[in-house]
Unconditional design. Structure first.
Length: 577
């Protein structure tokens, strides 16, 4: 096999392989079976979030081997390592969910530390579950090395009574069970068939939303996010990604050459037109922060406002990720966006070609079933809407995919809960009334700590048939699987003295997703009076350890809930050490 020569004199790995003074370092590589040629080649970190926590991560190790083969074939030396994952489906509905968002920062930090500590030259990153996708991409942008992202793939849908089912159906069945409309026996059958394979949740929840983002932003190869996790055809994308990162290294195309304001706009478009998870409003600003780009929740929501929603995916629609893959996947969706003049085509991608050049290669068109033509969308605006007002001066976000215009305006008295457990207990006991706005506060990034998702509560409401009869607002988050009129990311959060901290039972709250408004019927003087009498943030049990550290460092939600100053404060870039 013809080896490509690489000049290591400017690459980070020269610090561990070149010159007589690095003989001790080289001895370690010989101890692991590397040859002299392999030591003299560029070192490529192959990072995975493999673990046995959940099906989303279980196939990543096999795919990493394929990526390593691609690196080797293209004259690189792969060095595999793993990082953590906290999987939301397992963490959901209890104290474990506090670890979820914090894990995004831990993933980015640990990948950074591993790359820095061992002076790797490039990065192939594999991730499967919600926070691991943005965490891995944040590390790539922070390090600014040549990087290619690989999604581990989605789960196959389960089948029950002739219909596709997902884990969302199981969460909602719990609500029906509590309402007495679903038996123990039915629940036992559903839980056994809903998740039949490896892979991340099958609907357009957070993992698949961020997988679509990885292609649209340019960090992943075209089509690579589509094939379900069990398909061994995914190995082809692993090999191709390993080869691609070596091509980027040869051309010195780095992560920040790919992630620009324009590519972030492309990414936000893909979220909007697929009815993606509201969590993208948190992760895109965090990724932008790593590149030193001010791209906040409001910027994301502005793009959502003028992007049509035309891909019919769960939870707002009918289909799952496997169906999107079979309809041509993210490239066909982006081709439709381009047809409407909504794609920045000059953006660089992981292939070394521009987005426009990549889209020129796509021969398939919208099928009219999963992917509607862009000029005949499901709705004319995106599936996610930003809100502002005297109750959310820093903004909030709501998913409206699948909702009629009439359902996008809600006004009612507040019923205030101090945490998710209080709210869930009240919903289980039906201690709420139709027409109310349920308020869950003290669940923000700092105040929770950890900004938990509220899927158990919202799924219980849906299961009770009340999903459209009440609204819910929180300074926490919602799962990408959430349905109903549920407003998250309300900022400033309660712990920072935001207006949500000042609400009382009976205050009349108005949510208007058409106008983009979230307000409470209180005057500025009334709010000021309440603030003067506010007792301050509620104490938590997390007075030490990782979650305490996170709560001390984490910034506002609208900026992505990040924990460090970002690229604007850099005095050096890792790739140039």
């Amino acid at each position: 096999m013809l080896k490509r020569p690489f000049d290591k004199s400017t690459l980070p790995s020269r610090h561990v392989t070149e010159g007589p003074q690095r003989a001790p370092h080289r001895s370690y590589y010989y101890a692991m079976g590397l040859s002299e040629d392999e030591i003299n080649q560029p070192f490529v970190g192959v990072a995975t979030c493999w673990n046995e926590a959940a099906p989303c991560n279980i196939a990543l190790s096999r795919q990493a081997q394929a990526a390593k083969m691609g690196v080797k074939a293209a004259s690189g030396t792969p060095r595999e390592f793993t990082t953590i994952t906290v999987t939301d489906g397992i963490a959901m509905g209890h104290e474990g969910m506090r670890s979820s968002l914090a894990s995004r920062e831990a993933i980015a930090d640990t990948v950074e530390l591993t790359m820095r500590g061992h002076s790797y030259d490039a990065l192939v990153g594999l991730a499967g579950c919600d926070k691991s996708l943005p965490g891995m991409m944040m590390a790539m942008i922070r390090l600014n090395v040549p990087s290619v992202f690989i999604y581990g793939g989605s789960i196959l849908p389960g089948r029950l009574d002739g219909k596709d089912v997902t884990v969302q159906d199981v969460f909602e069945a719990v609500g029906q069970h509590q309402a007495g409309n679903y038996s123990d026996e039915q629940l036992a059958v559903l839980e056994r068939v809903a998740c039949p394979s490896a892979g991340a949740c099958g609907g357009q929840f957070t993992a698949n939303t961020m997988a679509c983002v990885s292609e649209a932003i340019g960090l992943a190869l075209m089509h690579s996010s589509g094939a379900p996790a069990p398909y061994e055809s995914r190995d082809q994308y692993g090999e191709a990604s390993g080869a691609a990162v070596m091509n980027l290294l040869e051309k010195n195309i780095r992560a920040r050459d790919i992630v620009t304001r324009e590519s972030l706009i492309n990414a936000a478009r893909i979220v909007a037109c697929t009815g993606g998870s509201t969590n993208a409003g948190l992760h895109l600003p965090a990724m932008a922060h790593e590149a030193g780009i001010d791209f906040f929740l409001e910027d994301v929501c502005e793009i959502f406002r003028d992007t049509p929603y035309f891909v019919d995916l769960k939870p707002g629609g009918q289909y799952v990720a496997k169906d999107l893959y079979e309809a041509g996947g993210v490239p066909v969706v982006m081709k439709e966006l381009r047809r409407a003049g909504l794609m920045h085509e000059d953006c660089m991608t992981a292939s070394g070609y521009s987005m426009g050049e990549e889209l020129d290669k796509i021969s398939r068109d919208a099928d009219g079933r999963v992917i509607y033509p862009v000029d005949k969308p499901i709705t004319k605006t995106g599936g996610v809407v930003g809100l502002k007002g005297n109750l959310a001066t820093e903004g909030a976000i709501v998913k409206v995919a699948g909702m009629s215009e009439a359902e996008q305006v809600f006004s009612g008295p507040a019923r205030v809960f101090e945490n998710e457990e209080e709210a869930f207990a009240a919903v289980r006991a039906r201690e709420y009334a139709e027409g109310e706005v349920l308020v869950i506060r003290n669940e923000g990034p700092a105040g929770g700590p950890g900004m938990r998702e509220m899927l158990a509560t919202t799924a219980a409401l849906s299961g009770q048939g009340m999903g459209k009869k009440v609204a819910l607002i929180t300074d926490g988050r919602f799962s990408g699987a959430t349905r109903g009129f549920c407003v998250g990311h309300v900022g400033p959060e309660s712990a920072h003295g935001g207006p949500i901290a000042l609400l009382r039972n009976g205050d009349v709250i108005t949510i208007d997703a058409i106008k983009g408004e979230l307000s409470v019927a209180l005057t500025e003087d009334e709010l000021a009076d309440r603030r003067a009498n506010w007792a301050g943030p509620r104490p938590t049990n997390y007075a030490s350890g990782a979650l305490w550290k996170y709560s001390q460092l984490v910034g506002p939600t609208y900026k992505g809930a990040v924990t460090h100053p970002g690229a604007e404060a850099e005095t050096h870039v890792y790739a140039d050490i």
